[in-house]
Design a protein around this ligand. Sequence first.
Ligand code: GDP
Length: 527
Amino acid sequence: MSKTMDNQLQQEVDKRRTFAIISHPDAGKTTLTEKLLLFGGAIREAGTVKARKASKHATSDWMEIEKQRGISVTSSVMQFDYKGHRINILDTPGHQDFSEDTYRTLTAADSAVMLIDVAKGVEAQTIKLFQVCAKRGIPIFTFINKLDREGRSPFDLMEELEQVLGIRSVPMNWPIGTGRDLCGVYDRTLNQVELFQGDDHSTIQVQKVEDYNDPVIREMAGEFLHDQLCQDLELLDVAGDPFDMEKVQRGELTPVFFGSAINNFGVQTFLENFLKLAPKPEPRKSTAGLIEPTDEKFSGYIFKIQANMNPAHRDRIAFLRIVSGKFQRGMSVKHVRAGKEIKLSQPQQFLAQDRDIVQEAFPGDIIGLFDPGIFRIGDSLSQASEIVFDELPTFSPEIFAKVTVKNALKHKQYQKGIDQLTEEGTIQVFNTVSFDDTLLGVVGQLQFEVFEYRMKGEYGVDVQLQRMPYQFARWIIDDNIDPSKFRINSTLVKDKKGNYVVLFENEYAMRTAMEKNPTAKFLETAP
Ligand code: GDP
């Protein structure tokens, strides 16, 4: 490849940032996403993202369930440009009904933005998503939202980040007053005050200052709030963690920003700092070692498959994260698992609202490929023939149901459906050792609904799901497994590869089993 091509690739890699926003429903993810897209000019009016969320989406792109419920079932991707950067936001469904897809999407991100409601602090779904990010060791940036409302003290929230998530934090800015008294924030790196102005807080005044003791702040914010600010920041200077880029990169320290997404307050500062600190597209592990984004040969992996985006055509879209090289429409690549060349002729990119046809794309970008049924989650595509990226992680199911087919004559279709949907990662399947019942395991209730819907829609099979009381699955490795040991509040099953798995109804049962089988290993996911 020519030198100029190398340079282009390097430049395209350097300007990209690919991240996911993780939060609990209602923290303001839709609002923040929309403000970010507005900065980039990717959407013209506020309300566009929301309208999609509220299911006013006129076209029939989204799955039926998605329309019925007005939620985004599967995560999509939004791309925009800002000051020379190209930004990809991976959307994770903010709904309670999240699924394994939500987790998998995080593997396509190089960093995460954790959005927290100032009044509610760290909530359940945030914890789950955080843990997946923490396992990968990616940098996590925190945005504390709804500063215009009465909330918890910033120190309190920092303490909670450490206690609940085990991550230290370093505030990049600090509120001047809170709730109704909020008048702005102090930017600790730029030494400037950003003030809310006007009744609707719609304008923001930025003032450079010497440091936080600067009397100018006193004039602007009043004596009381300035004293408070000085006290807080002195304490932070003395007792707080200093900013440490390496710790941020390892995901051990999270830079914290305070703001209010709906008032567009603190969003731009956040974006600019984020772009400076967040990693550009990172290499990924493969059978051929680390694949660097600047490796000239195109490669990527599929982290998600969305079925039935257009019910009339029943087409599927496979989402591919580009790891290296340049993607060009119409190029031929090796589908490594299938062992054949395929032509990528109809790739799509997912912009704020419309699907566009992509001509070229670079590492960090996500493209959607039309899938006539040839892709599986975790598949690698590559110009260098034999690269296989580390398989995407599987997650420990937490919700279980026994599945039966209503019409026994449909058994063959039923089996085919289960096999395919398991391959695709829609559900995990287990067979009980004693009765040969089929159990399904998922991380989110929504996966069951998608399963039922697709079994009927694509395989013509009505299934019946009966919830089972299990909450934990542990893959057990032991020389001598005795099924009779797992009868009380638990059951022994096999996964589709024949590995033994124990399902437990509660933590107590799980701990007891571990104590009673000290030589056995209990793993959260398949070995
Ligand atoms: P999501 O569920 O995380 O996508 O949250 P949304 O963006 O839909 O926001 C949830 C609610 O919080 C909506 O009513 C928003 O208008 C509101 N909201 C978002 N940001 C702010 C903020 O900065 N201040 C206040 N007071 N409300 C906000």
